[in-house]
Each structure stands twice: as C-alpha cells, then as structure tokens.
Design a protein around this ligand. Structure first.
Ligand SMILES: Nc1ncnc2c1ncn2[C@@H]1O[C@H](COP(=O)(O)OP(=O)(O)OP(=O)(O)O)[C@@H](O)[C@H]1O
Ligand SMILES: [Mg+2]
Length: 268
C-alpha cells in the first residue's frame, strides 16, 4: 500500500493519521418494509482504495448514497475527518469534499468534455463580464480541463471540445471520474465504474483510481468484478443482507473465499 504523509497530502485538513477520513456507524435505511441497510459500519482510511463487494441487493448502492448525501439514513452516524456530518443532498457532500460517480452515470451528453468537468461550478470571466453578465471563462476552463486530464494521465481525451455523446463508454466514464478527481476532493466514490466497459477501458479507469490514491485521495469503489477488486483494493468491505459481513484484504483472502463470505457460504 502506498503510504502518504497526511500532513502534507493535498485536501486533507484536520483529523489525525489514524482517524478514518470517512466513517459510518450503525447506518440504517429502510424503504417501507424493505431493509436497505441494517446497521452498517464502514471505515475509509487515508491513502487507501476500499472496495465494497456484495450480491445484488446487499445494500452497496444504498450505503454509498447515504455516505454521499443522495439518501438520508434513518439511523446511525457519518463522520468526515472524525467530525459528524449530516448531508441533506448530494451537493452538501460535494461541498464537504466527497465526489461521487453514481451507478447511473451522470454526464451531460450534449456538452463538451471541458464543460462536463466544470458542470455545476463554471468559472466566470474576470470583472463585470463574469460578475454582472455571468459570462463563463470557456478558454480558461478548457485549459484547466486539459491540464487536469494530463495530470490524471488520461491520454485518450486530448480534445476537450468534443461533445461527450461522441465519446466511447470508457471515455465517458473517464470524464466522470476526472470530474470527481479534479477539484481537490477529500474522497472519491465510484459505483460500478467498470461494469459497462471493455478490457482496455476498464484498465484505464482502474489506473485512474490508482493515480487518485497516489495523489492522496482515498477512493471507495463498488464492483462485482473480483479480478478488478483484487487488483485495485487495499481493503475489501463485504456487504451482505444490509450489513457488513467482513472486512478483508486481497492478501488475507482469496477471491473464492471472498465470494463465499458474500453469499453466506462461509463466515469471515
Ligand atoms: N429507492 C428504493 N426504493 C425501494 N427499495 C429500494 C430502493 N433503493 C434500494 N432499495 C432496496 O434496498 C436493497 C439494497 O439495494 P441496493 O441498491 O443498495 O443494492 P446493491 O447492493 O447496490 O445491488 P446491485 O449489486 O444490484 O447494484 C434492495 O433490496 C433494494 O431493492
Ligand atoms: Mg447497486
């Protein structure tokens, strides 16, 4: 695992080295009579990629929706850098430094790559053109977009003026991940980023996740793809029937053992 100096890593104010960056305790979320989460604990530490695995309906998406303000838990608490947070909407989590790429990918297809990267935080022109007329600084955003993509090692997206609808699935995912990565986030959360992607595109997204971690941003990644999980994760949170069944690592368990815990065939 890459170790990162928490005192100098970017975007990491507050908390000590051992305080989880993001922590959940006893999260409960019900939908009518359906129990989505049944008292879940989770810890995301500095400098790590935490994978969440589990069968369909195990509560993975619900868990990250609660962590990222898309759902409000019925019970339990969420701590960011050791301090309780109460997100009412995704923008609250975003403002606090948690960037999310949801399972249903949210990019604006008709906008170009640069505009997608700056969606919701467009940069205005300097002076009255920006402050009064609200004219956006397109050239500035394009330059910054190019720079971000370069820094993230995304080489397939050199032209930031291409509409996202003309990109491949993997390139679109790369735009969504780059957007999450680009703004000094504390935490990046990805729900099934490689599910619809080919081998090469998946490889690029996984590489991006590594780059993020090595830049000091811990990542939570949900995936059903065991080879991807075992390739990328420092630790693996196994979700089963709305609860955390175990936390394992690629060193402590084999893929077969992980699947056995996931399905309830084995205890952790
Ligand atoms: N909006 C909702 N309304 C009603 N039930 C819901 C809602 N969202 C989730 N659930 C239920 O909560 C449980 C957990 O769902 P969730 O989407 O978190 O599972 P998941 O682990 O992400 O599954 P998958 O691997 O299929 O994405 C399921 O039983 C699901 O039917
Ligand atoms: Mg899901």
């Amino acid at each position: 695992m890459t170790t990162i100096d928490a005192t100098t890593a970017p975007g990491r104010p507050g908390g000590t080295d051992t305080t989880p960056v993001l922590q959940a305790r006893g999260l409960v979320k019900t939908y009518g009579r359906v129990v989505g989460l049944d008292g879940v604990d989770l810890e995301l530490h500095r400098g790590e990629v935490l994978a969440i695995i589990g069968d369909n309906g195990a509560g993975k998406s619900t868990l990250i929706k609660c962590l990222t303000g898309a759902e409000i838990p019925d019970q339990g608490e969420i701590l960011l850098d050791g301090k309780p947070v109460h997100f009412k909407r995704p923008q609250d989590a975003r403002t606090a430094g948690i960037e999310t790429v949801y399972q249903t990918l949210a990019v604006a297809p008709s906008l170009d790559v640069a505009a997608n990267l700056f969606l919701g935080r467009e940069v205005r022109r300097k002076g009255p053109l920006g402050s009064v007329l609200r004219i956006t600084d397109r050239a500035g955003m394009r330059e910054r977009a190019r720079q971000e993509l370069r820094e993230l090692g995304i080489s397939t997206l050199q032209d930031v003026t291409v509409p996202v609808e003309n990109l491949s699935g993997g390139q679109r995912q790369a735009v969504a991940v780059a957007r999450a990565a680009a703004f000094g986030s504390k935490v990046v959360v990805l729900d099934e980023p490689t599910a619809a992607l080919g081998v090469r595109e998946s490889g690029q997204v996984l590489e991006l996740v590594r780059t993020l971690r090595d830049r000091g941003v811990p990542v939570i990644i949900i995936s059903h793809n065991m080879p991807h999980v075992f390739d990328i994760a420092d630790r693996i949170h196994v979700q089963r029937l709305g609860r955390r069944a175990a936390t394992i690592t690629p060193k402590s368990h084999t893929m077969t053992e992980a699947v056995a815990i996931m399905t309830g065939a084995a205890e952790a």
